[in-house]
Design a protein around this ligand. Structure first.
Ligand code: ADP
Ligand code: MG
Length: 706
């Protein structure tokens, strides 16, 4: 009855997008696949990623290296032609205004662009300015003829799109046109999602006005109000979801008790740790200990910069579990890491009576059987592994503690499966070296408790970072030679980006060959680790480096997380401009782990986008992971964030940005708390739409964000 009523009310908004004139089956399928737009409502909630301010048009000569990220030019197209073949195929147009020329290049959707172009016609081009040999150029600019009919306002929405969509006439403009059509039909069917009193109290624009102004702003002020209203709605929905779940969870989830600090913990602590714990490590252990006697299930996020010693905290916690007759498991994102953790843990434990096993995709059937049995009869205390250990066939006698290393590689669902491994959920410790700004952690995890290791073990010297160009390569080689002569080891890392894998492997291969010439055997030994090698070979090569047999390790980002070789002091990152900030920081963290002065050398081409330059500058400027992650969020913005971070997948943030809208996040949280205080069941009928929209897909997983 309820659902039927809603369907009628919402009617048009929940229609399939294919019924919109000009869409049809094929484009509907593409929109669904590429942008997850299935209904009219999805389309209307597909917001512009930015707006062109039609009032500011740059002259070519005005554009300098310091120009904003995106600018608009008004130029006449003089000539254009398609160059190259296959993968390298591109369309280049030369255009100019009365102050100078600009080169426009497209690599995709060539057919569509070619149709738009006309020699001698004037266009507004919008894009990211770049320079090559002091000539202005733009890659993939948006393009609109000056004489084309367009939206009357001065602010024109620009929508993200994909190459496939562009090739099917759904460039930004095409999407805009669909939204215009949908809006005409939908404008009278918009159901308000916020209670009347709340909109009044918070001075928020009604939803229908907000949707209209987000797509077709009347003026900048209206746009600002529309954004605020939509962001608030989103953040309030998310916070209500998290907070109301929390109440439920606290009531539901009892936690195992670990009251005993027994032999295993004490003996390890006193006899096996060759150094003093840092103050931060001690504090976190204390926090975990008090969680595990509270009677509630622990859900703790442990943030600590690379090299801060998280593994030890995990091991101590697992020994605490063992002292209380519980088993533990530790999940790592890659086989290499799992095996490395296993080796580290084994070595640290020495001859202590603790049974540790490792389980990964390459564990043989025979080994697997033995491990499974040991888990079931309770004789295995600690299991370390990859995804393999969440398989249903893996059953524990009494799993009480779960460690997840490098959380960002695991999906929510995978984590939720761990919960079913015992009659009540185990305690969960999620460890990450990607420092998450506080506001983002709040949005992503809501009530997850956060511990921070904000102190590195003593004696670490800050890593020196420099940025060099390809032309400085000889210098780099000389430097590597000297470091190797001093007994140090060197990483050389190449980017690997899924879409162009074979090209990337070629880069790595070429790099390996030229390094082999510079560092020939028998004096030097270079080893390689990348995703295409079998687990065995990877492992062997890794060990060659770890044992100090190999001087240089050439690798892809396989080594990004967790690899620990204290004797390595140089990290050379090739094509550094292609890496994201957090990745760069992670990679840099592979060195600086021993006592020696370490170096990170960022190699890039001469041509750099504005953002890439900012990223590299930041890396050179600071070693502080928190500062870098804040900057990363700023540079990538909320659009990217929703695609790449869990926040987006989990909460479907379309407009709010946890970093930029920090104040609003906190405000929404306060309001959510006060609503829940008065109305803990959220029974207010005016909240129905909001609940429907923001709570629907979480189900049980939502509260189980470990
Ligand atoms: P991460 O936090 O990146 O996982 P690890 O746990 O791998 O860091 O620790 C990095 C290195 O620091 C390891 O070699 C570890 O043995 C060492 N280490 C950990 N804690 C301390 C400490 N308190 N004092 C000195 N070295 C430590
Ligand atoms: Mg680690």
């Amino acid at each position: 009855m309820d659902n039927y009523y809603l369907c009628v009310m919402r009617g048009y908004l929940y229609n399939d997008i294919k019924f919109l004139p000009g869409v049809g089956e094929r484009r509907a399928m593409l929109l669904r696949k590429e942008l997850k737009i299935s209904t009219m409502r999805d389309l209307l909630y597909y917001f512009p990623r930015r707006y062109i301010d039609r009032t500011k048009v740059y002259k070519v000569r005005e554009v300098t290296e310091d120009a904003p990220n995106y600018i608009q030019l008004r130029v006449r197209v003089e000539s254009f032609a398609v160059h190259g073949e296959g993968r390298k195929k591109r369309l280049i147009a030369l255009a100019s205004d009365d102050t100078g020329g600009v080169e426009l290049t497209w690599f995709g959707g060539l057919g569509w662009v070619e149709k738009q172009l006309e020699r001698g016609r004037e266009y507004i081009v919008f894009g990211r300015p770049g320079f090559f040999n002091h000539e202005l150029q733009m890659v993939h600019p948006e393009l609109e003829a000056v004489d084309a009919p367009r939206h009357k306002g001065n602010m024109q929405g620009i929508y993200s799109t994909t190459e496939t969509l562009t090739a099917n006439y759904l460039c930004s403009k095409g999407i805009y046109n669909l939204i215009c059509k949908a809006w005409e039909n939908a404008r009278n069917h918009i159901v308000e999602t916020l209670p009347e009193w709340l909109m009044r109290e918070q001075k928020l624009m009604p939803l229908n006005l907000a949707l209209q102004n987000i797509h077709f702003p009347e003026n900048p002020e209206r746009l600002r109000q529309a954004e605020r209203r939509l962001k608030f709605e989103e953040l309030l929905g998310v916070q209500l979801g998290i907070l109301s779940e929390r109440t439920g969870r606290m009531a539901r989830c009892d936690g195992f008790l670990f009251p005993t600090v027994g032999d295993k913990f004490t003996r390890f602590f006193n006899e096996c740790i060759p150094f003093e714990l840092t103050g931060a490590q001690k504090r976190v252990i204390k926090e975990i200990r008090s969680d595990t006697v509270s009677g509630f299930q622990m859900n703790r996020l442990l943030q600590g910069d690379v090299g801060s010693g998280k593994t030890l905290v995990a091991l101590l916690s697992m020994l605490l579990a063992a002292d209380n007759a519980f088993q533990s498991c530790m999940m790592a994102p890659t086989e290499i890491l799992a095996r490395q953790h296993f080796a580290t843990v084994k070595k640290m434990l020495g001859d202590m009576p603790v049974r540790v096993e490792v389980l990964t995709g390459s564990t043989t059937a025979k080994e697997r059987r033995a491990i499974h049995e040991g888990l079931r009869d309770g004789s295995v205390d600690i299991l370390i592994g990859t995804h393999a250990l969440i398989e249903d066939t893996v059953q524990f006698a009494n799993l009480g503690f779960v460690v997840i290393d490098e959380q960002h590689r695991f999906g929510v669902e995978q984590r939720a499966r761990l919960w079913t491994k015992n009659h009540q959920p185990p305690h969960v410790l999620v460890m990450t070296a990607t420092p998450i700004p506080r506001t983002l952690a709040m949005t992503m995890y809501g009530d997850l408790d956060v511990s921070v290791i904000d102190e590195l073990p003593p004696g670490r010297k800050p890593i020196k970072t420099i940025h060099l160009r390809d032309s400085d390569r000889l210098r780099v080689m000389g430097f590597m030679q000297r470091q190797i002569a001093a007994g140090r080891q060197v990483y050389v890392v190449y980017p690997l980006i899924a879409e162009s894998e074979s090209m990337d492997y070629k880069d790595l291969q070429d790099g390996f060959e030229s390094l082999s010439q510079q560092f020939p055997p028998p004096g030097y030994f270079i080893t390689v680790v990348h995703g295409r090698l079998s687990a065995e070979v990877k492992e062997r090569n890794m060990m060659q480096f770890k044992d100090g047999v190999a001087h240089i390790m050439v690798a892809t980002t396989v080594i990004e997380v967790g690899v620990d070789v204290p004797n390595a002091t140089v990290m050379v990152i090739e094509s550094a401009e292609r890496f994201g900030l957090s990745q760069l920081h992670q990679l840099r963290g592979r060195v600086g782990r021993g006592g020696g002065q370490s170096y990170c050398i960022l190699m890039s081409g001469d041509k750099l986008s504005h953002e890439a330059r900012k990223r590299l500058e930041a890396m050179v400027r600071t070693n502080d992971g928190f500062e870098l992650s804040e900057l990363d969020l700023q540079l990538r913005g909320s659009g990217d964030l929703s695609g790449t971070m869990q926040s987006g997948q989990m909460f479907d943030l379309k407009i709010a940005s946890p970093s930029r809208d920090a104040a609003l996040v906190e405000h929404a949280r306060t309001i959510a708390l006060s609503i829940l205080e008065k109305d803990p069941e959220l029974a207010d009928p005016q909240l129905k739409e909001l609940k429907q929209r923001y709570f629907s897909k979480k189900d049980s997983d939502f509260s189980r964000i470990s």
